[in-house]
Design a protein around this ligand. Structure first.
Ligand code: ADP
Ligand code: MG
Length: 185
């Protein structure tokens, strides 16, 4: 079931025509949200295979003196947050994804995690590439979990399992979805 939805949405993502425009809209909303939350240590991701293009966000946040930016580095089965100081220090890592080479911190030190996905549902359940890296990372941190997605990546309902960790908010080009409406945040 997960793999059928995954294939369908990945196919739509490859042919998405407004990727750059939509990524810029998401970047603006996310930068505003991070400012509102007074986030200091932020784990972002570097875009891979037509994911929402976070380079617009990275550019903006690297210039902020109040923010420490981190990108994930894959070590065995784990994601490790590694400090990013400039884009020139990136090297190809696991699955060809760009990784920084700076100082590593523990998951507890991160305030906000920006989470990529193949799809999210309205409750914040997440479908990834099927390897569980973010599930294993997210259970180790109390950080605010913020998904980013194009509108067609939001579906009504996703199948989920006990190990799946949902996100708190999802930023799309058209708005911000609060996945737990009744909770104060
Ligand atoms: P994804 O979230 O990437 O779409 P899944 O949720 O299907 O992928 O997870 C893939 C696999 O990762 C699971 O079958 C499980 O073996 C492993 N996994 C996920 N979360 C954990 C966890 N918290 N501890 C150990 N293994 C996990
Ligand atoms: Mg999962």
């Amino acid at each position: 079931m997960k793999s059928i939805i995954r294939d369908e949405i990945l196919a739509r993502r490859i042919s998405h025509k407004n990727a750059e425009e939509d990524s810029k809209k998401i970047a603006q909303k996310l930068v505003d949200l991070l400012r509102l939350k007074k986030a200091k240590n932020i784990l972002l991701y570097y875009p891979h295979k037509n994911e929402v293009d976070t380079r617009f966000i990275i550019d903006r946040l690297l210039r902020s003196k109040k923010i420490n930016l981190f990108l994930p580095k894959v070590k065995g089965k784990d994601l490790i947050p590694v400090r990013l100081k400039d884009l020139h220090s990136l090297k190809k890592g696991y699955a060809g994804i760009m990784e920084p080479e700076g100082e590593a911190v523990t998951p507890e030190e991160i305030d906000v995690v920006v989470v990529p996905a193949v799809a999210f549902d309205m409750k914040g359940h997440r479908l990834g590439y099927g390897k569980g890296y973010y599930d294993r990372f997210l259970k180790k941190t109390d950080a605010l979990k913020v998904g980013v997605a194009y509108d067609f990546q939001i579906v009504d309902r996703l199948p989920y399992e006990p190990h799946d960790v949902p996100v708190d908010l999802i930023v799309t080009p058209t708005g911000i979805i609060k996945t737990k409406e009744d909770e104060k945040r």
